[in-house]
Design a protein around this ligand. Structure first.
Ligand code: ADP
Length: 168
């Protein structure tokens, strides 16, 4: 009997305020594991964000244009609801340290209980990106320091233009 192979779609959700080289590394690796990865900016995050959602989306688009089988989007509401809408059965999250793990495990188990059909895949950061966060990128940029080791060029230029400061 012929079987039609179901497309394996994953969502990589987050604030991406702004996207960093750590995020991009996770996305790049995830894109090799799935048929399609949608990197999705959460709009109604509790975190106070600095960069408007549309700009965050555009920066990601620019930064990942060479990574195949990826898409960029934004969404409201529950991540698992969004995943279902997109036909995705997997969520991607990155882990930097034990401190990430505690929160991520809770989130993943909450999602598991709401949506048992959707699983979370954790990818461990490369050591060189371990300390990179959106907050660090904004903080360092706000003092006029070079952030090109931490963030893609489009983010470097964007923060120079806007001289935005903030923490996440
Ligand atoms: P959120 O507000 O959902 O935590 P973030 O944009 O801060 O959104 O992070 C999105 C995801 O990327 C999270 O799973 C986070 O742990 C992961 N992440 C953030 N920075 C890095 C990094 N340097 N290396 C690997 N994963 C990271």
């Amino acid at each position: 009997m012929d079987t039609i192979k179901e497309e394996k779609i994953a969502i990589y959700p987050g604030s991406f305020d702004p996207v960093t080289k750590g995020h991009i590394d996770i996305l790049e690796r995830a894109s090799k594991m799935f048929d399609k990865v949608i990197i999705a900016v959460l709009k109604n995050n509790n975190k106070k964000s600095l960069i408007p959602v549309e700009d965050r989306v555009n920066l990601i688009k620019e930064a990942i244009k060479e990574i195949k089988n990826t898409e960029v989007d934004s969404f409201d509401g529950l991540t698992v609801e969004y995943a279902r809408k997109k036909g995705a059965k997997f969520l991607i999250r990155g882990l930097r340290a034990v401190s990430d793990f505690e929160y991520e495990m809770q989130l993943s188990q909450a999602n598991m209980s709401i949506a048992p059909d959707i699983g979370t895949v954790f990818l461990i950061t490369k050591p060189k990106y371990n300390f990179i966060s959106s907050g660090i990128v904004k903080e360092v940029a706000s003092y006029g320091e070079d952030i090109s080791k931490f963030a893609p060029n489009c983010v470097v230029e964007y923060l120079k233009r806007n001289n935005k400061k903030g923490t996440t």
